[in-house]
Ligand binder design. Structure first.
Ligand SMILES: [Zn+2]
Length: 199
């Protein structure tokens, strides 16, 4: 009986980490699943300390195929820019679907003056200077960001957008940036973090 009790209390103890778990991992379409290529090489690895949000900066019509966009971006990145891969780690399409891009262990790339080392980079497909971000995209962005923040122990004051680090860009576009400016994106992210920790 004593040993049964012991087993019971140990298993209770083992359950504790799960009781405080965790933002659920969002569905992420892997590079293999969307038909992307491997990086063309390896570069110095980094530790993730920031999460930084971008837009593609290219208008995305409703009927455009996001996979074709990613294949085009990967070809451009690897062939024309001589980068190892797409400059971002994740992309989000108009339906809020999340695609894995460059492996997180490698820093991203940029055409502007900030150093993306240490940043997890998420791009939202589309141009939010001219189009409006939708609810599905905002929710996916919040979910993915919260999950990354928890995985890498990143405080919400290290979650920002490209233009917060660079004067040379309007990225992520006015309509997406406003959700960062008014604090509502961080509220959404906090909701995932709090719900995750109360499960
Ligand atoms: Zn950007």
């Amino acid at each position: 009986m004593k040993s049964l009790l012991l087993v019971f209390s140990i298993s209770l103890l083992l359950c504790i980490p799960q009781a405080f778990a965790q933002v659920s991992k969002p569905d992420i379409i892997s590079v293999k699943e969307w038909g992307g290529k491997e990086p063309t090489g390896s570069i110095k690895e980094h530790e993730i300390e920031y999460i930084t949000i971008h837009h593609a900066g290219v208008e995305m019509p409703e009927d455009a195929d996001p996979v074709q966009k990613l294949i085009g971006l990967q070809n451009f990145s690897q062939n024309d820019k001589n980068w190892i891969d797409i400059p971002y780690h994740f992309s989000i399409d108009l339906d809020g679907k999340i695609y894995e891009n460059r492996p997180l262990k490698y820093p991203g790339d940029t055409n502007t003056e900030y150093d993306p080392t240490g940043h997890a980079l998420i791009q939202v497909l589309g141009n939010y200077e001219v189009q409006k971000v939708n609810e599905k995209q905002l929710e996916s962005l919040a979910h993915l960001t919260a999950w990354l923040a928890e995985q890498y122990d990143i405080p919400t004051d290290k979650i920002a957008t490209h233009k917060d680090y660079s004067d040379q860009t309007v990225c992520p576009g006015a309509d997406l940036y406003k959700y960062f400016q008014d604090g509502s994106m961080i509220e959404r992210i906090n909701r995932y973090l709090e719900e995750g920790s109360s499960k």
